[in-house]
Design a protein around this ligand. Structure first.
Ligand code: AMP
Length: 553
């Protein structure tokens, strides 16, 4: 039996692509510096940085981070939106042999502190607006230094849609990033010898139980994904890649930022996603490729003045991270002449590992109406297995399991979680799937409790834990509820202690103080009792399927 039938669906350029053979991301970057030092590497509104400028700035920044005490193998947090300093920081850290811990700037204090504590990060780079909060939150933690930066740096246009309310503030104790670049200009660090097993990124996912887990994306993992996906999307020198996904998510850091930096393209950044700014950026910078969540494409679709003109330069458009209704793809194509290709990836697979071949339209599974996520990318072994871990036949449902050079070797300092999630190197995705005889994969069920809202993943337990700290709350169950725009939204079912109560707004505000906005329930339903199993476990699935009526079952 052919173990990888899907290779017959590969475009010719993909089948013939040669692996680049670099030992590390730094080596791959240096090869680009030799190839095209004067090409544009990063564009940000009216600012542009050439490859040489990025190289010199990151040499200086590496020296600055080292002078603050950062050494090979150390973890350093990057707590920023999609701004050039994000990419400059991770490249500088890689030049030091350090690991970039990517952090969502929407995280509130406790969320940030937990990840700094778990990773043992030695420093953090943040926006100057966050300096005070970061200093208070990280006081007494392993993070010995903070460097800050202004999102308004480098550019001078100050588009009010992105920069309103942005003022330059006093830098953190460790210094201002731009000033550090100037102060250390010319002071390169001794390059450490890095190999494919060194950890480039630490990307956290939480989970149903236990503490958050840091997936260790190695240099080899990231090189594998950027190499295979660059040939998949037909990336060519001079292309412009717009970072629609947040750089703190694996999709943004790997197949928006790193892919552009290593594969001779311009990385186009425009701060936090804003649909109007995005389509203008496509035109201004002649964007040829982008990938983002389907909610971002929905936001563009809602703009009355968005037109085909805005997409004129696009050659490949992908969306991943969340299910895509086939009708969304159709109406987008009708209006803009652009076919959105589906792509599947996980934090643990260093982003894209299954995708629709460029120029091919994904089939739809007749029974479930599900759009295929694509076929496995080069190097990936993909199987659908039953509950005894045995492969099922084509068209049969089971769990999607993956193995290959894209899959992380494990979770940071969590050998048990690694062993249970990736036994024998096979990553158990928690996604219920079928694969047809040709190798097209369809996600037909979610075996994990995760809620997927606009591509952001929310684990019910985290929201429940936050609500349980409210004095009036007796029991809570948090579930995802279908939503046309976001895919799913978070809703909570709450019962109160005898004689106690709290308003919906109060409870939502209570969560908002503790968790990132996307984790906050959109609605809170008060029930007298939550549905439970005979052993007393709350049955979230009953509430998900039947709403508040499920509480009476
Ligand atoms: P994350 O680790 O945040 O990237 O989340 C990974 C999860 O997102 C997967 O296990 C899937 O449940 C979901 N996911 C990723 N890509 C897709 C896609 N194209 N369609 C549906 N779900 C997806």
């Amino acid at each position: 039996m052919n173990e990888r039938p899907w290779t017959a669906l590969y475009p010719q350029a993909v089948s013939q692509a040669e692996p680049t053979g670099h030992a590390s991301l730094v080596e791959a970057w240096r090869a680009r510096v030799r190839r095209q030092p004067d090409a544009r590497a990063i564009a940000y509104f009216d600012a542009a940085l050439t490859v040489r400028e990025v190289d010199e700035a990151t040499d200086a920044l590496a020296a600055a981070y080292r002078s603050l005490g950062t050494r090979r193998g150390d973890r350093v947090g990057i707590y920023l939106q999609n701004i050039p300093q994000f990419a400059l920081s991770f490249l500088a850290l890689w030049k030091l042999g350090a690991t970039a811990l990517v952090l969502n700037p929407m995280y509130r204090r406790q969320e940030l502190r937990r990840l700094i504590d778990d990773s043992g990060a030695v420093g953090i780079v943040c926006s100057d607006a966050d300096v005070r909060e970061v200093a208070e939150t990280l006081s007494g933690s392993s993070a010995r230094w903070t460097v800050s930066t202004s999102p308004a740096a480098f550019q001078s246009r100050d588009d009010p849609r992105v920069f309103s309310g942005t003022e330059r503030r006093a830098p953190a104790a460790g210094g201002d990033l731009e000033e550090l670049i100037e102060a250390f200009r010319g002071a390169a660090v001794e390059p450490p010898e890095l190999g494919p097993d060194d950890v480039a990124l630490l990307t956290y996912t939480s989970g149903t139980t236990g503490p958050p887990k840091g997936a260790m994306n190695t240099h080899g993992n990231v090189l594998s994904v950027t190499g295979t996906f660059a040939s998949w999307i037909g990336l060519r020198p001079g292309d412009a890649v717009y970072a629609m996904a947040p750089l703190f998510h694996i999709t943004g850091s790997v197949i928006n930022a790193t892919i552009a930096m290593l594969h001779d393209a311009v990385l186009v950044l425009a701060g936090r996603f804003h649909p109007e700014v995005a389509i203008e950026t496509f035109v201004e910078h002649g964007v040829t490729f982008t990938v983002g969540s389907i909610t971002a494409f929905n936001a563009i679709h809602q703009l009355p003045h968005a037109s085909r003109r805005h997409f004129a330069s696009m050659r490949s458009v992908y969306s991943g991270g969340a299910p895509i209704p086939p009708s969304t793809i159709d109406r987008f194509q009708e209006r803009f002449g652009v076919y959105i290709h589906n792509v599947y990836g996980m934090t643990e697979t260093s982003s894209a590992v299954i995708a629709v071949p460029l120029g091919t339209q994904a089939p739809v599974d007749e029974d479930s109406g599900t759009l295929s996520i694509g076929v496995p990318l080069p190097g990936l072994d993909a199987r659908v297995v039953n509950s005894s871990d045995l492969p099922v036949g084509p068209g049969e449902q089971g769990e999607l399991v993956l193995r290959g050079p894209q899959v992380v070797p494990g979770y940071w300092r969590q050998p048990e979680a690694t062993a249970s999630t990736m036994p024998g190197g096979w990553l158990h995705t928690g996604d219920g799937a079928i694969m047809d005889a040709a190798g097209w994969v369809y996600l037909v069920d979610r075996l994990k409790d995760q809620i997927n809202t606009s591509g952001y993943k929310v684990w019910p337990r985290e929201v429940e834990d936050a609500l349980y700290t409210h004095p009036a709350v007796h029991e809570v169950a948090v579930v995802g509820q279908p939503d046309d725009y976001r895919g799913e939204v978070v809703v909570a079912y709450v019962s109160f202690k005898a004689g106690e109560s709290a308003g919906e707004d109060e409870l939502i505000a209570f969560v908002r103080e503790r968790l990132a906005a996307y984790k906050c329930p959109r609605a809170i339903h008060v029930v007298t009792d939550l549905p439970k199993t005979q052993t007393g476990k709350i049955r979230r699935n009953v509430l998900r399927d039947h709403g508040a009526a499920g509480a009476d079952q």
